[in-house]
Design a protein around this ligand. Sequence first.
Ligand SMILES: *[C@@H]1O[C@H](CO)[C@@H](O)[C@H](O)[C@H]1NC(C)=O
Ligand SMILES: *[C@@H]1O[C@H](CO)[C@@H](O)[C@H](O)[C@H]1NC(C)=O
Ligand SMILES: *[C@@H]1O[C@H](CO)[C@@H](O)[C@H](O)[C@H]1NC(C)=O
Ligand SMILES: *[C@@H]1O[C@H](CO)[C@@H](O)[C@H](O)[C@H]1NC(C)=O
Ligand SMILES: *[C@@H]1O[C@H](CO)[C@@H](O)[C@H](O)[C@H]1NC(C)=O
Length: 368
Amino acid sequence: MLGSALLLLASVGTGLAQSLTLDDLYLENAPTSPRPYVIPHYANSHAVTIGSQLYRFTVTGPSSDYAFTLMSTNSPSSSALGVLPHIHEKHYENFFSFKGRFQLWAQKDDDEQQARLLTQGDYGSVSRNTTHTFQILDPDTEMVGVIVPGGFEDLFYYLGTNYTSGTDTPYVPQDSNSSSSSSTPSASVMATLETFDVYAQTDFEPRYDVVNGTAPTDSTWHTGSNELGSPGDPYFVANGYGPKYLSSKYGYQVIQPLVTSKQAQDTNYTLSTISLSRQTKNSPPSYTLSGAAAFEVLEGVLSITIGDYPLATLNMGDVAFIPAGTEFTYYSTVAFTKVLYVSSGSDGVDARLIKGGKSWDFVTFPKY
Ligand SMILES: *[C@@H]1O[C@H](CO)[C@@H](O)[C@H](O)[C@H]1NC(C)=O
Ligand SMILES: *[C@@H]1O[C@H](CO)[C@@H](O)[C@H](O)[C@H]1NC(C)=O
Ligand SMILES: *[C@@H]1O[C@H](CO)[C@@H](O)[C@H](O)[C@H]1NC(C)=O
Ligand SMILES: *[C@@H]1O[C@H](CO)[C@@H](O)[C@H](O)[C@H]1NC(C)=O
Ligand SMILES: *[C@@H]1O[C@H](CO)[C@@H](O)[C@H](O)[C@H]1NC(C)=O
């Protein structure tokens, strides 16, 4: 009896590496515990609607052991705020414009209120205890969110209506007058959400004196370089205007950090974009990190091998999740691939490439 059970275990053990397929790697929903997976763009992944906004959660608290949540919001343009102004005491929230246009407001304590218009590739950092809100401004907009620690999606599960689709449409087209299109939870609902780490800030009045994408108007926005902020302060990085580093470890990689361990401090994570040159020669370096990590493809095609799964080829918007302690390699076989990369801890691929690379002034890599 025991002998045959052991034999069975042994055969499962040795058979595993051969038997894992891409079908095993690709999921429709982020799983209930950490494991390697890929979720294609627009797959349902725990999707809910709140009014006309459609939220998807490609990395969740349970799927990352509460390291971080990775989510996206697709929505038509709106004449109203997407959510009433609020703060989080425990969660650090990152807003990234995948496509389209939205406005983001942030204010820390008595500092001047900041507003920015975010277009594709722009980023806004909303650290804890920062009052913030947003408004979607273009019909084909996708906002990507990274929230640390993971598990914040519970708020959206609570507020939202489960969504299913046969077409994976980015969001559900509907008459803007239909009764369900009101996106924002009411002030009375907002006031009940403190168990989800949402503290309504009813006195906050969003400023609308934005000129050239920014208020105050003397801020640098799409006109010059943006520094990453001091720990705890909100800040904004326009696409291509933040700090940049060049790595030539394997092909070229241009790393643009958005959050380093300095900004995240006790939230303990890093966030960057990485732009890869084509690389088909030699074998790519492998990484095994002490924290969970994820890639979301912004442009091009990402080739990635995670653990014992076969090579996966990710297209724009696809997400790959790598659990802590799992070996992985990645590279590009097309001329230019850009990813959003998030990593738990301070020693992710982005931090390592920056350490081994050099300061660089350009969003592109050299011609040879
Ligand atoms: C909504 O989906 C979640 C899983 O994401 C499930 O647990 C829950 O029961 C669903 N709710 C309804 C009303 O179907
Ligand atoms: C956020 O504010 C709460 C309440 O004032 C405070 O207890 C907490 O320490 C603050 N967190 C941070 C990171 O400043
Ligand atoms: C929506 O409602 C407004 C105000 O009642 C009306 O003027 C408009 O024609 C309606 N739009 C549609 C598409 O029904
Ligand atoms: C807005 O941008 C235009 C074009 O670059 C410039 O001439 C103008 O001074 C800017 N306005 C402000 C308030 O900065
Ligand atoms: C930061 O995160 C890494 C990876 O998840 C973990 O190994 C480390 O213990 C964490 N450090 C702190 C101070 O929480």
